[in-house]
Every structure is written in C-alpha cells, then in structure tokens.
Design a binder for this molecule. Structure first.
Ligand SMILES: *Cc1c(COP(=O)(O)O)cnc(C)c1O
Length: 431
C-alpha cells in the first residue's frame, strides 16, 4: 500500500469531514491528498498543484508560507509557545492589542482574545448580554441579524445564523434572534425591516450583529454600505449595540482594511479572526469600546468571567503582529487593488456565458451565480468544482455560487491562470 493509499484508507475509516454529507463522501470520488502548500498553491501526493481559490476557507490572505510569518512563528515557538493570559502578560499579546486598536475603526479601544471566528462572536454576544445585565437593562437579551448571516458554529453564534439548513436542527434551543431579510439588491427594504424590528422591540434587544457589506457563507451576497451606515444611526438612536463580524471581511478582503470603512462607521464591537493569523494558526480577537469595558469595572462580580485556555496564545499573537507588519511594509492593500480590478473584469466577463445569471466583485472577491440547468444529476456548483480540480484549482462553490477569494498577494500569473480556470470550468459545467 502506498503512503497515499494508506492516508485514504485511514481517512475513510476514521475521519468525519466538516460540512460534508459523509454518506456520499464515502461513496464518492477520492479527496485531494495534499502534501504541502506554498504561496497560493497546494501540492498533492502526486506532485500536481492546485491554486487555492479561497485562501483555505478565507484565512491564508498572505499565501501559505510567507517567510516572515514562518520566521516569526518559529522564533516564538522556541522562546515561549504558550502561557495563560490570566495574571500574566507578554510582548506578543500586548503589542498586538495596541496594533489592532491602531488599525481598527475609531472608538474601539480594548482587545479580548479567543481562538477562532466563532469564539470571537461568542465573546461579542456574551459581552453585550452581560453589559446590559449589569448596567440597568437586564431585559435586553435578544439579537438582530440578517437572513443568510453566518457568524460561526458555537450555539450562541448558531442563533445569529440565517442559513436555514445550518440552523434548523438547533432552532428550538438557541437564543432569540430576529432575522431581517436584506433582499436581493439594494438596501432600502432591508433598512425598513431593520427599523421595524427595532421599533417597539428595542428594549429587548442587546445588539444588531452584521457581516459588513459582504455576507460570505450566504453566497458572497453584497449589500450597499449605505445600509451599514443607516443601521449604525438606527442602533445609536435606540442605544442598541452594533457588532460587526469582520471575521471574513477584515484584513483587506473587500479592499479597505476593515469593511466597515466602506461606510465610514465604527461599531461598538468588532470581531476578527481568519486572516488575522495569516492562516498559520487559529487565533481571534474581539475589540470593544471603552464604554463596554467600563461597564465591567467596579465590584469583582461585574468582571467578564470568560476565557479560553489558549486565549492570547503567544504563537498566534506573534504571527498576527507579523501579519500587520507585512501588510504595512509590503503594502499589501495597495498591491491587492490592481489584482482586484483583474478579478472584477474576469467576473464581469463571465456574464457572457449562457447560464451565468449574476456576477459581482468587491476587493479580492469575485462571485457568479449559475442558473440551474435541468438534466444533470449533480448540482452545477459541484460540476464546476470537479472541472476546476481537473484544471488545477481548488474552487469550492457555495451552492450554485462560484467564487474566488484568493490570497491578497497571489502572484499575478497564478491569478490569471485561476481566472482562466474559472471561466473554462464554468463553461464546461454549463455546456
Ligand atoms: C468563518 C466565519 C466565522 C466563524 O469562524 P471560525 O473560525 O470558522 O469559527 C464567523 N463569522 C464569519 C463572518 C465567518 O466568515
């Protein structure tokens, strides 16, 4: 048995894959067996390479083996891999907190660390609930989120989720959340619905939680930043917190460093993860306003009794700090601007293919919806996935939305090859 066959055998016998119907998986074609990743590419056990079209679930924004990130991680690893953050501090955690506050929208002045996007959101939810609980508004226990929203996997974050399939099994046990339909285009209907949700109910609402400007998991749905600005004004008027989940949209994915900048708004709470530690390690931060921080001062029982074992992990913090330095010193956002224009043009051109019903692009995101053509056993998104794999790109669709969200510094040759593969694969799948 070859090493590759052994991996496949162990996988089939013992592994349970995320977001994967395992019955069809076990019957289906072999998964990729990867051996290494470099730049914007993976390499499989046969030496074939694949362009990583989605930055490995949106986190490897600087590619897979950026030498500065690897060096920072290695140096920290030999010095101090992990210590707790209770009663202890260290340079990576303190320096990173300062650097994040300096980069974040104004008014966010304190940083709470956790492990991943879901826990960054969980922290945000608990902070909002506890703040109101001990600051005179204990009846504020509900949240407002958008239909189609995705905020992570914990039971708290599941309550905010607006993807019906993910929510349904837990609907009877999760926190109360009002879901507002953002509508297919525009924002006026969504804003009216948001206004209605808050009017009358504002006394029971702890926070509005939004993915700013792009709802990733919903299928790269993009909405007008004017909605964000309007919701900021609305929440301020009702004195309800606004939580922005920048777990996907942060770190220049949509062009500016934070997507909130499209609307020139500052939230009360901001969640970040994914690209924060460059795809090297799980790491997350929740940034809050001084008002929220102050709401936990005073008697010891007013403290935030919360903290994951690896909270502020020195490896993650040190890599994240290096990520921020690379963004500055390598002018990553400026470099992404030219690439973003190439992505936008390629996705615009996809509209010429019969069966492509919509296309859109923002920053380093391009997405196209494919009309469902009758007569195929396999959904069309899956066909594109297979066609792209055969051509050397890992291009997992979201349903029938085909998208790319490659590393912001993807080499230009790789980007044009990727976009050619997208076009050829969409054509082949719809032919
Ligand atoms: C991925 C994602 C999360 C969850 O992050 P994990 O690291 O997978 O827990 C939360 N919010 C948004 C917007 C995301 O894209």
């Amino acid at each position: 048995m070859s090493a590759r066959e052994r991996i496949l055998e162990l996988d089939r016998r013992f592994l349970w894959h995320p977001y994967t119907p395992m019955g069809p998986y076990l019957e289906g074609p072999e998964p990729l067996v990867l051996e290494r990743a470099s730049g914007a590419r993976f390499y499989d056990a046969n030496g074939k390479s694949y362009i990583d079209a989605n930055s490995s679930w949106w986190c490897a924004a600087l590619g897979h083996d950026h030498p500065r990130l690897v060096a920072a991680l290695t140096a920290q690893l030999s010095r101090m891999p992990h210590v707790p953050l209770a009663g202890i501090t260290h340079a990576p955690a303190a320096e990173l907190a300062a650097a994040l506050v300096a980069r974040a929208p104004s008014g966010l002045s304190r940083v709470f660390y956790s492990d991943d996007g879901s826990t960054a959101v969980e922290v945000a939810m608990k902070l909002c609930l506890q703040y109101w609980h001990q600051n005179g508004r204990p009846e504020r226990t509900r949240f407002v989120a958008l239909e189609g929203a995705f905020h992570g996997e914990t039971l708290g974050a599941t309550a905010l989720g607006g993807v019906e399939t993910f929510r349904r099994p837990f609907a009877s046990v999760v926190l109360d959340c009002i879901h507002v339909d953002p509508g297919p285009d525009g924002y006026e209907r969504a804003f009216a619905a948001m206004e209605q949700a808050l009017a009358g109910a504002q006394d029971s609402i702890a926070a509005v939680v939004l993915e700013p400007v792009v709802q990733g998991a919903a299928g790269m749905r993009m909405y007008d930043p004017a909605l964000l600005r309007a919701v900021r004004e609305l929440t301020a008027r009702h004195d309800v917190f606004l939580v922005l989940d920048e777990v996907f949209t942060g770190f220049g994915r949509t062009a500016p460093f934070c997507a909130a900048e499209h609307a020139a708004v500052a939230p009360d709470v901001l969640c970040t993860s994914k690209a924060l530690a460059g795809g090297l390690l799980p790491f997350a931060a929740t940034l809050v306003s001084e008002r929220i921080f102050d709401g936990f001062l005073g008697e010891p029982e007013r403290a935030f009794f919360y903290g994951h074992t690896y909270c502020g992990n020195p490896l993650g913090a040190r890599v994240a700090l290096e990520v921020l330095r690379v963004y500055d010193e390598e002018r990553v956002l400026e470099g992404a601007r030219a690439r973003a224009a190439v992505v936008a043009r390629a996705f615009e051109n996809l509209l010429a293919i019969p069966g492509v019903t919509r296309s859109r692009a923002l920053g380093m995101i391009g997405a196209a919806d494919l009309g469902v053509r009758a007569g195929y056993l396999e959904p069309v998104g899956q066909r594109v996935y297979r066609e792209a794999l055969a051509r050397g790109a890992y291009l997992r669709p979201l349903g029938n939305t085909v998208y790319v969200a490659p590393p912001l510094n993807i080499p230009e040759d790789d980007l044009s090859e990727l976009l050619d593969i997208v076009e050829a694969s969409v054509r082949a799948a719809l032919a």
